[in-house]
Design a protein. Structure first.
Length: 230
């Protein structure tokens, strides 16, 4: 282990909160509890902000795989600070195969992506067909974050609806995507629910999440409840 990795690990253990570790581990059944230190997200973000200004940050991004869950999250937060689009995509590509849980996957959202939506969309299409659980989930997450407002195109619904996976964390993300699409692009999204274009479990989960959303009106919720598949 390099001196840099030792120093980062020391800083992370200084921020350890064992009660939070216990809470976090319950939410992430795929993660070995021994690899979780127990650092609260605001503390980790603060460390990432401080660390991103140093020369060692780029060195840390090259030291894969990491040993701890928090090291992966620190890596994810550092990716958000990369200001060059191509460099950000290359670094994300390098990191995605090492992600082993939904929480690390969902926290990564490089700020530079917003300024390069046409190029990013082409990259997302590649991630969606990768066959790797958290790479696919990340791609759906990017579509949900950046393409359900002004950049929305109806073909995106088709892309997500076409994903077939037995992986719980992929199916859950598809459901979350469609629930959000029902809040933001109702006319387009409801057609997929009406026509039962999703797998049964995902279909019902999307409806459940939409019905729980404060962004969807009572009339639409009542209609969506009638579309549940028994």
């Amino acid at each position: 282990m390099s001196a840099l990795e030792e120093e980062i690990r020391r800083r992370l253990f200084e921020l350890q909160d064992l009660k939070y570790k216990e809470f976090a581990c319950k939410l992430m059944p795929t993660v070995n509890p021994e690899t979780v230190i127990g650092v609260r997200t605001p503390d980790l973000r603060k460390l990432a902000r401080e660390f991103s200004k140093t020369q060692e940050a780029s060195e840390f991004l090259k030291t894969l795989p990491h040993g701890y869950y928090e090291e992966n999250n620190l890596h994810g937060f550092l990716l958000e600070t990369i200001r060059d689009y191509d460099a950000a995509v290359a670094s994300v590509d390098e990191f995605l195969p090492y992600i082993d849980n939904w929480a690390t996957c969902d926290l990564i959202s490089p700020k530079i992506f917003k300024k390069h939506l046409p190029e990013l969309y082409e990259k997302i299409k590649v991630w969606l067909i990768s066959g790797r659980t958290y790479t696919v989930r990340f791609g759906i997450g990017m579509l949900m974050s950046f393409y359900l407002d002004d950049a929305f195109r109806s073909e995106m619904l088709e892309l997500v609806a076409g994903i077939r996976s037995e992986e719980y964390y992929v199916k859950m993300m598809i459901a979350w995507y469609f629930a959000t699409a029902l809040a933001k692009q109702y006319e387009g999204a409801v057609q997929y629910i009406r026509e039962q274009r999703l797998e049964k479990w995902t279909h019902n989960k999307a409806i459940q999440k939409a019905v729980e959303s404060y962004r969807i009106g009572d009339e639409a919720k009542a209609y969506l409840r009638t579309l549940k598949v028994k």
